[in-house]
Design a protein. Structure first.
Length: 119
C-alpha cells in the first residue's frame, strides 16, 4: 500500500497530461514544489478555496483515469513480477553453479531484466 502523496504523484506521472493546463500547474505546484494552497492562490490570483477545489477535482480525475485504464496498477504489478523473477534467477544461478552454460544463460536473462529497470 502506498501513501496518498505517492499515489497522487504516480497518478500525475501517468495521467497528468490529460488534465487541463491549469490543473496540471496546480498539481505540480502543490505536489512537486510543495506550495501551500495559499501560495498557489496568490500565484493565480484566486481564493484558497478555488485552489483546493481545483486540486481535489484534479486528483479525482486522476483516480478515475486509473480506475478505467489501470496503468499504475499494471506498472506496479510488473515491477513486482520483475523483482520476483530476478530473485528466482539468483537462486537458480546459485543452485546450478556447476553448469556454466546454464549460469551464462541465466545471467543473460538477468541482464535483460536489469536493462528494463534502468530504462
Amino acid at each position: 500500500m502506498i501513501d496518498k502523496i505517492t499515489e497522487a504523484s504516480l497518478l500525475y506521472d501517468f495521467y497528468g497530461q490529460l488534465l487541463t493546463k491549469r490543473k496540471q500547474e496546480v498539481m505540480r505546484l502543490y505536489h512537486e514544489e510543495n506550495f501551500s494552497l495559499a501560495e498557489i492562490a496568490e500565484e493565480f490570483g484566486v481564493s484558497r478555496a478555488a485552489v483546493y477545489d481545483s486540486l481535489k477535482s484534479a486528483e479525482k480525475s486522476l483516480r478515475e483515469y486509473e480506475e478505467k485504464l489501470c496503468l499504475v496498477r499494471k506498472f506496479m504489478a510488473s515491477g513486482e513480477a520483475i523483482a520476483r523473477i530476478d530473485h528466482m534467477i539468483c537462486e537458480l544461478t546459485q543452485l546450478y553453479q556447476a553448469q556454466p552454460a546454464l549460469v551464462a544463460r541465466l545471467e543473460k536473462i538477468q541482464s535483460v531484466i536489469n536493462s528494463l529497470e534502468e530504462a
